[in-house]
Write a new protein. Structure first.
Length: 143
């Protein structure tokens, strides 16, 4: 089950049904099923508070993933700062919607074991994000 909720910020406009199908399809492509994934959309300040409280990090970020997965079933709480997603979209010259989709799947890719701590791992993560976004575009075109 995939849930989307808003903490202290307005809920973004999403086709939640399509997002659930897409996330499930990407997970399945890596050999995983989806257990419970909770996306919590929040402000920069809420994300910073979570980062400080639970990870001991004193900086802003777009996504924090708490992984509760077991074996081949993905489960997590994924906090996404919509303010950072919006500013990152402007910075890299893409739409908010595209950047939000990229961040949504970024968390799922982490759950499947993909890292992003080195330059090489970041390039591979970006490639996998692009491949996942292509799956979403194909789903949209088929509807």
């Amino acid at each position: 089950m995939i849930r989307f909720q808003s903490d202290d910020i307005e809920m973004p406009v999403l086709d939640m049904s399509r997002m659930r199908r897409w996330i499930g399809a990407v997970a399945a492509g890596y050999g995983f099923t989806v257990g419970e994934i909770n996306y919590i959309f929040c402000s920069d300040e809420r994300e910073l508070k979570v980062n400080r409280q639970y990870l001991g990090h004193d900086y802003y970020t777009d996504i924090i993933t708490f992984d509760y997965s077991t074996r081949m079933t993905l489960s997590a709480d994924i906090f996404i700062s919509l303010e950072t997603v919006k500013s990152n979209a402007a910075l890299i010259g893409t739409t908010f919607e595209n950047e939000l989709q990229r961040v949504l799947i970024h968390g799922v890719l982490h759950l499947t074991g993909q890292g992003d701590k080195t330059e090489e791992a970041c390039r591979e993560m970006h490639r996998k994000e692009d491949a996942a976004l292509e799956i979403l575009r194909e789903m949209e075109a088929a509807e």
